[in-house]
Design a protein around this ligand. Structure first.
Ligand code: CTP
Length: 393
């Protein structure tokens, strides 16, 4: 039997049906086994052959197709499905699902599936806002469906308003969330800081460092996929925002400190991944701005050490983890940080080691706690995030 997770992709008769060609391909490329079930109206917009070619599976649109062994297959598929994902969903199919009507292949599947179900409505704004559609969507939510809120914008009918199908990336993140991990962190509140702080010298210039934010984002995503409620406190980065997080934007070390301080009491786990500046300009050097850069003298003051603050104010059962960036004596210096900062864990990396550190997609770390040290091999930041979360568990 295949170890791949099975997604039944239900497609109904809206113009956004054409976008499902790319979406089904995206799911297949990510390693899912995708079977498409289309309504008759969906076939007016895009041909079943497109999906059969892209998914390498038969595309089902009728309960009575004679040329397949589908009479058996339609229940087998519902039983095999790990996820039913209906997109785009018309007002009509939403009404059928909400009322348990099973008069075609897709509505029959929906009734027979016991797996998680996600639905992405897409239609004209007036239809979406019609009390019947709103009522039906509420019913689906009460029945346990996850309803993806439609985007607003220019609709295919020429109207501007809510009803657009969200991007395939957004749809994908819902599927990934539903299927990719055990939800072993459900109920946990986790705060992660990421990126490089920016310390303003004047309204134009700032001091920063090379941190890309990748490690912090990878950890935030891992916790999110495992069901935690995640707050990500991030400085500006070049990374794609991660859905389903409470993302709080900050610039300076001081802003990061105040934001973390505001939120840390509610958290079970706090991980300081951000590369926080140890010093920031004492006063804005506005009066110096007209001088040549070489003349610019900056007076520095120490920033608050956020990790130390957390270590000193931590509540019982809270877990505090920091990262340490070392250029030499990595283990010795990191052990000292574990002690001085009263952290429960320090993840140490040596910026001079090939493949480790700030910018790249990989990292090489040693996890240090009071009782043990675990040296991990060179891993992608995503795989490392998985290992770190499991160590903390
Ligand atoms: N950190 C912090 N607040 C600061 C500076 C650092 O919370 N003002 C946190 C970092 O997010 C990291 C840990 O402390 O989790 C260690 O950071 P690192 O830069 O390695 O050490 P520093 O304490 O800054 O000491 P040094 O730069 O001298 O190595």
């Amino acid at each position: 039997m295949s170890s791949k997770k099975t997604i039944v992709l239900g497609i109904t008769g809206g113009i956004a049906a054409y976008k499902m060609a790319d979406f089904s391909h995206m799911l297949c490329k990510a390693g899912f086994d995708v079977s498409v079930v289309m309504t008759e109206n969906a076939k007016q917009f895009i041909a079943p052959l497109t999906f059969e070619t892209l998914t390498s599976n038969p595309c089902i649109s009728s309960c009575f197709e004679r040329n397949t062994d589908y009479e058996v297959e339609h229940i087998a598929l519902a039983q095999r499905a790990d996820l039913l994902f209906v997109s785009p969903a018309t007002a009509n199919i939403i009404a059928k699902f909400a009322n348990g009507i099973a008069d075609d292949a897709l509505s029959t599947q929906a009734l027979a599936c016991t797996c998680p179900k996600i639905i992405a409505p897409a239609m004209n704004t007036a239809m979406l806002e019609n009390p019947a559609t709103k009522r039906n969507l509420k019913t689906l939510e009460n029945d346990g469906w996850i309803v993806i809120p439609p985007d607003s914008g220019l609709l295919a009918c020429g109207d501007i308003g809510a009803g657009k199908l969200p991007s395939n990336e957004t749809l994908f993140s819902y599927a990934e969330f539903a299927l990719s991990r055990e939800k072993d962190m459900k109920g946990k509140h986790v705060l992660i800081t990421a990126g490089a702080t920016q310390e303003a010298i004047d309204p134009v210039r700032y001091i920063t460092n090379h941190s890309s934010g990748k490690m912090g984002y990878a950890l935030a995503k891992e916790y999110m996929l495992r069901g935690a409620t995640v707050t990500l406190v991030t400085t500006p980065t070049a990374l794609e925002p991660i859905p389903f997080l409470n993302t709080l934007a900050v610039n300076s070390a001081e802003e990061m400190f105040l934001t973390v301080k505001d939120h840390f009491m509610k958290q079970d786990i706090i991980i300081m991944v951000a590369a926080v500046a140890d010093y920031s300009p004492r006063e804005k050097a506005d009066n110096k701005i007209k001088k040549a850069d070489s003349d610019l003298s900056i007076h520095l003051k120490r920033t608050t050490d956020i990790l130390t603050y957390l270590g000193e104010h931590k509540k019982p059962n809270q877990f505090i983890c920091g990262f340490s960036m070392e250029t030499e004596n990595m283990l010795e210096n990191s052990r000292k940080k574990l002690q001085h900062k009263k952290a429960d864990m320090i993840i140490a990396n040596n910026t001079k080691t090939e493949g480790a550190g700030f910018k790249g997609d990989t990292n090489l770390v040693t996890i240090i706690t009071k009782d043990k040290e675990v040296e991990l091999p060179l891993l992608s930041k995503a795989d490392l995030a998985n290992k770190i979360v499991s160590q903390i568990v």
